[in-house]
Design a protein around this ligand. Structure first.
Ligand SMILES: C[S@@+](CC[C@H](N)C(=O)[O-])C[C@H]1O[C@@H](n2cnc3c(N)ncnc32)[C@H](O)[C@@H]1O
Length: 278
């Protein structure tokens, strides 16, 4: 199937690539051991993602539906937060490092490349993606390297590590730590250490960008974690709505009902300047 869409922003080119390469779903569900059509997979994705606590990332069809439904939306939210709150401080920093906790396909990496591409000069971006679901690795590499083709002034060096972020420790320090749509995916009792992990990974004066659903109980839970966090300053906390400008082919729109926008909440935190013990 050839898709022809108007001249593109990088995210539109990337989504066209996703439509061409990730739209076909297998007609047999290995998890349930039965045949399934596209509509049933779309329903399964919706029910398991919003059914609290059991998204089936290990399923290839689930990951494909995730990309079609959420990648552009998550990209645009992250892109907005970077542009509004961080870009002024990182512009001109030739070697930049970032990590995503629970990055999955890591729209965070794409958004950061996109914003750097609007800046003067060349950039070396070192981006690490940490996720407990190993099956995202191939998808993440495919998508991030594809996107890197569209941004001429950013050289991407990237890695994927399969870890639980709850107990992740590293000696690396990053300019930006992303926690994007992760805490809504975790049970409350498992998420209490995530901000400690993020703080330990942030370089002095590095930023932590936390983005998630704008639901009052979740926002209260995250705000409580933020308020209790040591050595982190809250720079900004807001709720926002962004409608996606990406164009979807009609058949994909009809079958998968991509999420064209939603309210989201975000917190921008900054690590203090104090020395960090290694
Ligand atoms: C909703 S997705 C968000 C992915 C990406 N950040 C985005 O915004 O599109 C949540 C991701 O967190 C990962 N995840 C959930 N709990 C985790 C944990 N304890 N440690 C590491 N990754 C986790 C899942 O595997 C999934 O890829």
């Amino acid at each position: 199937m050839e898709i022809v869409l108007p001249p593109e922003a990088p995210i539109q080119s990337l989504m066209n690539y996703v439509f061409e390469n990730y739209r076909e779903l297998k007609d047999f569900c290995e998890i349930e051991g039965k045949s399934k059509n596209d509509e049933e997979c779309a329903d399964c994705h919706h029910n398991s993602y919003f059914g609290r606590g059991n998204p089936k990332y290990e399923c290839d069809n689930f990951r494909r539906v995730y990309l079609i439904r959420f990648l552009a939306r998550q990209f645009e939210q992250t892109d907005f937060v970077i542009k509004e709150h961080v870009l002024g401080e990182i512009e001109g920093k030739t070697d930049l490092s970032a990590v995503s906790l629970g990055g999955g396909p890591a729209p965070e990496a794409l958004a950061l490349m996109n914003e750097l591409s609007s800046c003067k000069g060349d950039y070396n971006l070192f981006f690490d993606n940490i996720d407990c679901e190993a099956s995202w690795e191939a998808v993440y590499h495919d998508i991030s390297l594809q996107f890197a083709n569209y941004v001429v002034n950013v050289k991407l060096k990237t890695g994927f590590s399969c870890y639980n972020v709850d107990s992740y420790v590293s000696e690396k320090r990053y300019d930006i730590v992303f926690i994007s749509w992760l805490l809504s995916d975790m049970h409350e009792q498992d998420s209490s250490n995530v901000l400690d992990t993020a703080r330990n990974l942030a370089a002095p004066l590095g930023h932590i960008l936390l983005i998630d659903r704008d639901e009052s109980s979740l926002v209260s839970r995250i705000s409580a974690l933020v308020n209790a966090a040591q050595e982190l300053t809250l720079v900004e906390h807001q709720s926002k709505y962004i409608h996606s400008i990406v164009e979807f082919p009609p058949d994909i729109k009809a079958t998968f009902s991509p999420d064209m926008g939603c309210d989201f909440a975000y917190w921008v935190l900054q690590r203090s300047l104090d020395d960090i013990p290694f």
